[in-house]
Design a binder for this molecule. Structure first.
Ligand code: PMT
Length: 405
């Protein structure tokens, strides 16, 4: 379903597909782009035809697929005579996925010997490259250097991941998952790039569960979506990211370290042990303020007539954490009433550099939704954002953090 806040809606995207086994994942990329409202045109190298047919990609993109620099269906070469220039001017973004070692090398040196590489030379707008190859080919110094040069020239590289490869080997070279490539496309189209390179960011996500007995707990409705969206956005913007998550079904990317905790006390211990290695702490977790005074090691029977649970206060993680010079702490405030007043109070009381306010009174905001509506408060400033996807919201939070670090 299209979401009004989707950055890809109405965007013109070219997908370049080259000849590697990961070409089969191009179908999922096209499908996802189209379902998010983008107009998609596909260009393939001759080698890509060995792995996937133009008919599949034409059907999914609802557009003709270009394979030949001089398309056979041109009327004597007249109608489409400068198609590469037209496409280059048309696109808001070109994604090359997968990008083989061969195509990466050609792009570095400006070689234009097929439809795809010719178009890359004519491209005016952003270029996103998702390389893929078997591990030794991927790691070959020429490929590493070529990717580095392309990145220095402004291309956005979604690095290949480690894992099981078509050859049977295990190592780096797997093309990034389509969902990560789509996230990176959204990030680029929002005007962001790897602006958090060399930063280490610690994010907390999800709820905490405070156990009563082995089967019952006190929890809250946090899904972890907001925290993991921040983690994914921060990673794609170049940061080293660790997530400390309460129980949550959400996932980050393979490169994001995850520490799983259950209770507020466990989360506090994990934050305390990891904060010193990080530059920024973003506490989006919904931490329980209270826990049962006693934990019963056995399942409490109905016959025991438990009619109330005595609670004791949990430690306030944010209020207790000490930062050194250069470190920054960002909290969240979830309110039902008086967001402005309460968020500003928490900003001061917890000695934060920034607090992100959200209220469940706004439709589509807060717990569980894929969207959120936030206001970022610093000591001297307050910036309000509309209802957006949690990924876009995460990018806006990072943009506000960027202003204060
Ligand atoms: O996970 P989702 O379903 O995507 O929902 C996202 C969210 C609604 C959980 C998120 O956007 C959010 O608002 N998180 C903070 C929720 C919360 O606990 O707010 P609070 O106002 O009670 O706490 C203020 C801040 O103090 C928070 O940063 C919290 O992490 C921190 N805190 C709270 C209690 C405690 N004992 N220690 C803390 O450090």
């Amino acid at each position: 379903m299209l979401n009004g806040s989707d950055i890809l809606k109405g965007k013109k995207v070219i997908l370049g597909v080259t000849g590697g086994i990961a070409a089969y994942k191009a179908c999922l990329i096209v499908r996802s782009l189209v379902s998010k409202g983008a107009e998609v045109k596909v260009v393939m190298t001759p080698s890509a035809l060995e792995f996937i047919t133009p008919l599949t990609l034409a059907t999914l993109s609802q557009n003709e697929v270009v394979v030949n620099t001089f398309p056979a269906n041109q009327k004597n070469g007249v109608d489409l005579k400068t198609w590469h220039i037209d496409y280059g001017l048309w696109a808001d973004l070109m994604i090359i996925a997968p990008a083989t070692v061969n195509t990466v090398a050609k792009m570095r040196f400006g070689i234009a010997d097929n439809a795809l590489t010719t178009l890359v030379c004519a491209l005016r707008e952003k270029l996103l490259i998702a390389p893929a190859a078997d591990m030794d080919m991927y790691n070959t110094p020429a490929n590493m250097e070529n990717l580095k040069v392309l990145e220095e020239r402004g291309a956005y590289i979604v690095n290949a991941e480690e894992g099981f490869l078509a050859s049977g080997l295990t190592g780096p070279g797997r093309m990034a998952e389509p969902s990560k490539i789509i996230d990176a496309a959204e990030l680029l189209l929002s005007g962001y790039t790897k602006d958090f390179r060399n930063k280490r960011i610690l994010v907390t996500a999800g709820p905490t569960y405070e156990d009563i007995d082995p089967v019952r707990y006190i929890g809250n409705r946090s899904s972890g979506k907001m925290g993991f969206a921040i983690a994914r956005a921060a990673y794609l913007r170049g940061a080293d990211v660790t997530v400390i998550s309460g129980p949550s079904a959400e996932t980050g990317y393979p490169e994001i370290d995850r520490i799983t905790v259950r209770s507020a006390v466990e989360m506090k211990n994990a934050v305390e042990s990891n904060f010193s290695e990080n530059d920024i702490l973003i506490m989006s977790a919904a931490v329980a303020d209270y826990r049962p005074a006693e934990y019963s090691g056995h399942k409490i029977k109905k016959s025991e007539k438990l009619t109330s649970v005595e609670l004791v206060e949990n430690p306030d993680i944010l209020a207790s954490i000490k930062k050194r010079d250069g470190q920054h702490i960002v909290g969240f405030a979830l309110e039902t009433d008086d967001l402005d007043k309460n968020a500003k109070l928490k900003l001061e009381k917890k000695n934060l550099d920034m607090i992100v306010g959200n209220t469940i009174k706004d439709n589509g905001a807060g717990f569980e939704f894929d969207t959120n509506k936030i206001t970022c408060y610093t000591k001297n400033n307050c910036v309000e954002f509309p209802l957006l996807s949690k990924f876009q919201t995460a990018n806006n939070i990072l943009a506000e953090i960027k202003k204060i670090i």
